[in-house]
Design a protein around this ligand. Structure first.
Ligand code: ZN
Ligand code: MN
Length: 482
């Protein structure tokens, strides 16, 4: 390890996508409803209310444990974690302490140097989500907070990694891979606001570590850690000792801020939850059958569709993307795979990101038609991008969707190939208009041909097939020489 090696460990809280809460029958589908409408005596922590364990959440947690190669413990147990805070109605959280559901395990990520790298896990435990505080007003005008217990009792798993990541980028890769794995297991919905929260431990080798709490976005994790790396390295350079402390990430400014440390020094007085029996789930976990996971699907995409490793990695990195790809190529895997992989991984994702659009807004049938047109070679790649952009823009503006073929004919984008007359005319024009380039070409200057190609392209408005155009141009130049 280098002297200023960055060391990162993560604690990731993920909401399990069950229908009801962890210890009561309240619906977990609370986001669009008013505050405190998905509550009952159990999740409100009213005196005398007894928790009843939701088996489905344990099944989901075991699926995760198995998929992440963890050891499910012979006996695990719920504990009470006592602390006073308004988002915690009972003044304790039911969680797992010294007997978590599972220990060990690992997740493989693509390392910064390429190839796979194993990030070891410490443990996975199950716990309930606290409520949600909504802070109103500001410091000058009567600041107050509202509390919403709709979230109280939503099942969470907390996945704790070993400090095995070596850069903010690796931390992001870990999270992306984790998200993909959870989605493949159908136990998690990353589209739901607040479904994932991360606490990150970060240190520079040989120095104290700092904990950055409650980062709520995937991008936020990399940003917060990048900020910390700079801050900590600067302190070390100036000879300032790094204090062990807890910091908060401020999403809007991208910086971390020290939390008053006294508030953080809790004594949680853990003790076993008396209202719930210990769990013995080993025979249950043995019977769980896992679906195909991201790594396996990636290998299959390479073997079955001939995808490049990079394309396969991108396509299988998100469940929706992988499903979309297989839907597109379903009718003609042989003919469409390579084109579809390229157009989805290299073009579509970028165009979607640029517009902050989600894949859900792309019509698979429409996209398949576009790939099919490209396969037939009747339009150039350049025109293909133009058609795709029109499709996406129409969707964004809520305009009726136009079939790719209709766009091609409306804008007269069909390749001029076959109609070589147009290309020949454009070539002749380009040659006449650029005598200097012609001279350069015959003098053996490399850039001249490309220069002429560019001119011909412009004249044919990108509709000429680049290969054909090149061939015809070289042919025409040969004639000139003779
Ligand atoms: Zn409830
Ligand atoms: Mn926790």
């Amino acid at each position: 390890m280098a002297e200023d090696q960055v060391i990162v460990g993560l604690e990731v809280h993920c909401q399990l996508d069950t229908k009801s809460k962890l210890f009561c029958g309240c619906s977990t589908d609370y986001r669009d409803d008013g505050p405190n409408t998905h509550v009952c005596p159990v999740c409100l922590g009213l005196p005398g209310a007894m928790p009843v364990l939701n088996k489905r959440s344990i099944e989901y947690a075991m699926k995760v444990a198995k998929a992440l190669n963890c050891t499910v413990l012979h006996e695990s147990e719920f504990s009470r974690k006592n602390y006073f805070y308004p988002d915690l109605d009972k003044a304790y959280q039911i969680t797992q302490y010294d007997k978590p559901l599972a220990e060990g395990g690992y997740l493989e990520i693509e390392s910064d140097e390429g190839g796979e790298r194993r990030i070891q896990l410490t443990r996975i435990h199950v716990e309930e989500d606290p409520g949600r505080l909504v802070h109103m007003g500001n410091a000058e005008r009567g600041k107050y907070s509202l509390v919403d217990y709709n979230r109280a009792g939503i099942p969470l798993i907390e996945i704790v990694s070993e400090p095995d990541m070596r850069s903010p980028k690796e931390a992001r890769k870990f999270l992306n891979k984790l998200r993909a794995t959870l989605e493949y297991l159908s136990v998690f919905d990353s589209d739901k606001e607040g479904s994932l929260r991360v606490d990150a431990n970060i240190s520079i080798k040989g120095n104290e570590r700092v904990e950055v709490k409650n980062i709520t976005s995937y991008k936020g994790v990399e940003k917060a850690l990048t900020y910390e790396v700079t801050r900590q390295k600067n302190l070390i350079r100036r000879g300032v000792r790094i204090e062990r402390e807890t910091r908060h990430f401020i999403e809007s400014t991208g910086i971390t801020q020290s939390s008053r440390s006294k508030e953080q020094e809790h004594d949680y007085r853990y003790f076993p939850e008396p209202d719930l029996r210990p769990l013995h789930v080993q025979s249950w976990v043995a019977g769980i059958v896992l679906p195909e996971l991201p790594d396996a699907r990636r290998e299959r995409f390479v073997a079955q569709y001939g995808c490049s490793l990079n394309h396969a990695r991108t396509l299988t990195g998100e469940l929706k993307l992988a499903n979309f790809f297989e839907k597109i190529v379903a009718a003609d895997p042989q003919g469409l795979s390579t084109l579809a992989a390229t157009w989805i991984a290299d073009t579509l994702i970028g165009e979607l990101n640029y517009r902050s659009m989600s894949l859900d807004s792309v019509d698979a049938a429409q996209f398949t038609e576009l790939v099919d047109i490209l396969k037939q070679g009747s339009i150039t790649d350049k025109s293909g991008i133009e058609v795709l952009r029109i499709m996406l823009d129409q969707h964004m503006k809520n305009e009726p969707a136009e079939a790719p073929a209709a766009i091609v004919s409306r804008l007269n984008l069909a390749k001029t190939s076959g109609d070589t007359g147009i290309i020949t005319a454009a070539i002749n024009e380009a040659i006449t208009e650029n005598p200097k380039a012609l001279e350069d070409y015959f003098a053996g200057k490399g850039g001249a041909l490309n220069f002429l190609v560019g001119h011909v392209m412009k004249k044919t408005r990108g509709k000429a097939d680049p290969g054909e155009l090149n061939r015809m141009l070289v042919e025409a130049l040969k004639k000139k020489e003779a």
